[in-house]
Structures are given as C-alpha cells and as structure tokens.
Ligand binder design. Structure first.
Ligand code: ZN
Length: 83
C-alpha cells in the first residue's frame, strides 16, 4: 500500500557526505524529518537528482513550543499578572 516512498538506505558518513552514491550528484542533499515518536524525529537525506533516500541514523529531539518552554522557565513569578 505505502510503497510510494522507497525505504531509506542506511549510510555511514565518514568524512563528508555530499555525493550521492547512487547517481553521483555532488551538491549535497535535501533533508526530510521523519517523526519516530512524539519527541524524536530522524533525519533522512534525499538526493535532489535521483531522489534516493539515505538514513545516516541521525535523530533529533523535538521539544514542544519554545515559547511555552520559556514561560515555564520563569518560575517564581507565576502570580505576577493579577489585576
Ligand atoms: Zn542521486
């Protein structure tokens, strides 16, 4: 059913990865963020030329809205705004 997107090929990055192993395109990759859990995404590299997908096994943590986080960090001033 969901065979539209090819499974990412896992790659190991030695010194640098900017050349597509499949087609030789050498201007770097597009990126895609695939959500794994609520808090983590993995980064998929996509060749702009042949659209091969590569998985360098990078993960990023997603935090909820930075604004909200900033607000909760300012503790001790919770009752500041009562009219
Ligand atoms: Zn390519």
């Amino acid at each position: 059913m969901e065979n539209k997107t090819p499974k990412p090929v896992s790659v190991k990055i030695e010194k640098e990865l900017h050349v597509c192993p499949q087609c030789g395109y050498d201007d770097g990759f597009h990126t895609s963020f695939v959500r794994l859990t609520k808090e983590t995404c993995k980064i998929i590299l996509i060749c702009p030329s042949c659209h091969a997908r590569y998985d360098p096994d990078w993960k990023v943590e997603i935090h909820s809205s930075p604004q909200r986080e900033r607000r909760t960090q300012r503790k001790g001033n919770i009752k500041g705004k009562s009219s």
